[in-house]
Design a protein around this ligand. Sequence first.
Ligand SMILES: [Zn+2]
Length: 386
Amino acid sequence: MELLWLLLPVAAASGWWVARREYAGRRNRATARNTEYFKGLNYLIEDKPDQAIEVFTRMAGVDRNTAEIHLTLGNLFRRRGEVDRAIHIHGSLIARTTLTADQRRRAMLELGEDYLRAGLFDRAEELFRELLEQPDHTEVALSRLIYIFQQEKDWRQAITYCDRLEQIGGESKKRETAHFCCELAEEASEDDETRTWLLNALARDPGCVRANLLLGRLAMREGDCQAAIATFQAVERQDRGYFPEVIAPLGECYAILNRLDEWGAYLREVQQRDHGGRITDALADWFLRHEGEEAALRFLERELREYPTLLGLRRLVEIQLERGKGAGYADLRALHCVSTQMLNGAARYRCVNCGFVVKALHWCCPGCQQWNTIKPMPDLVMKTST
Ligand SMILES: [Zn+2]
């Protein structure tokens, strides 16, 4: 027994020594890992991604803490456009068994983004569908799936997932789904199907100008100009910025019905609210055909003094040129040439969201991918305040 008592301090000392060795070992491993980590970081800063990957990959097998490094590293590569590397990093991360459930879901999300960037939509779709079942990621997975279906022009699926996003309290997708219905209407081979989709679009978004534009064209195709006029006029009430888009078909409908006086009265009514170049030009054309050159010139001179537009100016020059060769004829010819060149070269539509300018109307902006943000430009020459 006495001998055992004597051994107690020895046991305590040996326990202390073992613990100290283990602590030193852990500290050494942590120091080595930190050194490796900063080495990798330096490679990254020095724009040596290959060496950085080598270092981080060496660290990869150690523990779940390195998962955060890999997530960051993969994202960096994707942002640099090196999608293959990002896919490799995020892909090998998912394959590991040491990840927490949250880390695995985040890695799946990032891999999905990599696939999207690489244009591998089917693989991205698979991952985002899996993430749909995870409450923390449902909303983001839905929005990415909606993006995929838009890219693939699978409008039916896009509508379904937009509706699901709205149901779980996500952002409103009424404007987008109305356009998806319009896309389906344009694809439809039967007029009845076209009409059903367009009415669906208006039920989703009563402000959908595109639906009324298409309904008006459908009514014209069916020979119902009266209905077409009502539908085109609704466009002006929905968003008068789009009225220039219906001027030509509206004028055609009034002409078919031989109600050109009404057309003139309607144009004058609209012009009280909007003095854009295309309305001025259309009204000048109406004056020219129904009341003659003098009336058209008087209207243009009055209008342009207050609301100068390039289209109005060109129309005025055209009428003057039609009157025949007189003094200043050559100057008028030159002015006509310059204004035509300016109008032909000018972008007629601009995105109100990102400023993207285009010559033709796009319902989805090629710049920012937003729906219904590209609008006709008014062609008003801005007057200075002085
Ligand atoms: Zn845009």
